[in-house]
Design a binder for this molecule. Structure first.
Ligand code: GLC
Length: 536
């Protein structure tokens, strides 16, 4: 394993900086807060979580219409998060601990306060007019086409001063860039160089599959199966995204990103790819492995019903589809989706989910707080911050997975000295890093063991995957590398299940500590738990 493959054998940890750790008492997390917690993430010992890379959601100057995904300057830091000097220290301090830094890059759109857009908007003949997607109204004065914004309402915003509409896939404060314009292309590539030269190890590319637009911008067909109870304003969910979705041209653009990334040592590209068609999803690796090292695989997040057969079907599909020159990956949670502990129906299964994430053949991405088993928070309607929840109703809000990390049982969970931007969850008095670190039966203790076990067990880290016969409700597989054989058996049910082992085993880790001990032949799995059995 060379260092160039860190993205393959490491565990990636997502930091949502607003909610990670506030170092300056403004109720919002910041870069210094991340530096202060690096030892907790990996101090080289098994007391720490042991992650190998952090992906940090946006920290750029931003009016925060979409909490940083509306970028007003790609090459600076918002003062609420720190400054470039603090960022440089973060890179140095992380690297000293062997932690790679992946930053979020938002190529599809800028903030409407980005100087590029301010210029573009200033007049029809401004040289940057064509940096964004401006269109005349139809002859009857209506919008250029029927596209909707993911965040509600039409995707076109009227600009009174210049008498045209501009296009925004997300909120209207996030105008889409025109990647067909070579100046936009060049300016955005410069941004990649800027950060690579500052020492970042990779990028997570926000909705990168959407950046190439369909020429002519034709109307989308309406979806005859759309849910009739959708809010009136949810135009987006009532259409089939034939023309405002992924375009084949995007692959050539991603290849350019990869060429840049490969011109530096040991860097990696991760892309946010929502693509249900597996054949199309796989294309983001590039036919010659020349696109993304890791197109995010969200299929566990999308799994409708938490069940062994569903999870196995996803893994088997990945194993069958990911080309030999590429490497799978799995994501359990992120800042956009319901917390896994809530999704999978409680703490017992949250442990099973964690064990699955950390024992599969493929890079695991862990979202901050999932190692504590944090639940999706219920945010009072008057405290909702997310534009999705504000525009389309409280049930759409993503705030529930963005509440502050619970560090200890002190006021504001040790996250901040003042009231944080989103409320701290009530369970912080015991569900917190300090208390759970001291409890060897906590889900945090399990996550630490899993991450370190994966690191020091080649079979788990890079070994082959072979599913094995298991009773209903159990997902079991062998991981093998250089003669080392590890069996993982995950019980997705609340009942005990017998499992025939292809050999004699010793439990090295189980989701319940009292299950440790020698096992021969058959493992009797009780409760909603999974076990790893190392076969001698
Ligand atoms: C991605 C981000 C999400 C953001 C959106 C627009 O999906 O993960 O948080 O709102 O892109 O940038």
């Amino acid at each position: 394993m060379t260092d160039a493959q860190w993205w393959k054998h490491g565990t990636v940890y997502q930091i949502y900086p607003r909610s990670f750790k506030d170092s300056n008492g403004d109720g919002i997390g910041d870069l210094q807060g991340i530096i202060d917690k690096l030892d907790t993430l990996n101090d080289g010992t098994e007391n720490s979580l042991g992650i190998d890379a952090i992906w940090i959601s946006p920290f750029y100057p931003s009016p925060m219409a979409d909490f940083g995904y509306d970028v007003a300057d790609y090459c600076d830091i918002d003062p609420m998060f720190g400054d470039l000097e603090t960022f440089d220290r973060l890179v140095t301090e992380a690297h000293q601990r062997g932690i790679k830094i992946i930053i979020d890059w938002v190529p599809n759109h800028t903030s409407d306060q980005h100087p590029w857009f301010l210029e573009s908007r200033s007049s029809r003949d401004n040289p940057k007019r064509d940096w964004y997607i401006w269109r005349d109204p139809k002859p009857d004065g209506s919008r250029p086409n029927n596209w909707g914004s993911i965040f509600g309402g039409p995707a076109w915003e009227w600009d009174e001063a210049t008498g045209q509409y501009f296009y925004h896939m997300f909120v209207k404060q996030q105008p889409d860039l025109n990647w067909a314009n070579p100046d936009v292309y060049a300016a955005m590539l410069d941004v990649l160089h800027f950060w690579f030269k500052r020492g970042v190890d990779g990028f997570r590319m926000d909705v990168v599959y959407l950046i190439a637009k369909t020429p002519g911008l034709p109307d989308n067909p309406l979806d005859p199966n759309a849910d009739p109870s959708l809010p009136e304003d949810d135009i987006f969910s009532r259409q089939i995204h034939l023309y405002d979705g992924a375009r084949p041209e995007v692959h050539d653009i991603i290849k350019d990103f990869r060429r840049i990334s490969d011109s530096y040592d040991d860097r990696a590209l991760i892309g946010e790819i929502w693509e249900d068609d597996i054949e199309k999803w796989v294309e983001y690796y590039g036919e010659n492995g020349d696109e993304l090292q890791l197109p995010f695989n969200f299929r566990f997040i999308q799994l409708q019903k938490w069940a062994a057969d569903g999870a196995k079907a996803i893994v088997d599909m990945m194993e069958g589809a990911v080309p030999a020159n590429a490497w799978p990956n799995y994501v359990l949670g992120n800042h956009d989706r319901t917390r896994p502990a809530t999704r999978v129906g409680g703490q017992g299964q949250a442990r099973v989910a964690g064990m699955m994430l950390l024992t599969l053949r493929g890079t695991p991405t862990l979202y901050q707080g999932d190692e504590l088993g944090m639940l999706e928070a219920k945010i009072p309607p008057d405290k909702i911050q997310d534009p999705w929840g504000i525009n389309l109703g409280p049930e759409r809000t993503r705030d529930g997975c963005r509440t502050p990390i619970q560090w200890d049982a002190s006021d504001h969970a040790g996250f901040s000295t003042v009231e944080p931007w989103l409320p701290v969850q009530d369970d912080y008095t015991w569900r917190n890093y300090a208390d759970m670190s001291a409890d060897s039966s906590s889900i945090l203790a399990l996550y630490k063991q899993l991450i370190w076990l994966r690191k020091k067990t080649p079979a788990l880290n890079i070994g082959s995957y072979t599913p094995i016969q298991a009773p209903d409700g159990v997902f079991a597989y062998l991981r093998e590398q250089d003669g080392q054989r590890v069996l993982v058996a995950l019980n997705f049910t609340a009942e005990s299940k017998p499992l025939s082992l292809p050999g004699i085993g010793r439990i090295v880790l189980s989701t319940q500590l009292d299950r440790q001990g020698a096992v021969s032949g058959i493992i009797d799995l009780r409760g909603d738990e999974g076990v790893i059995v190392a076969l001698d």
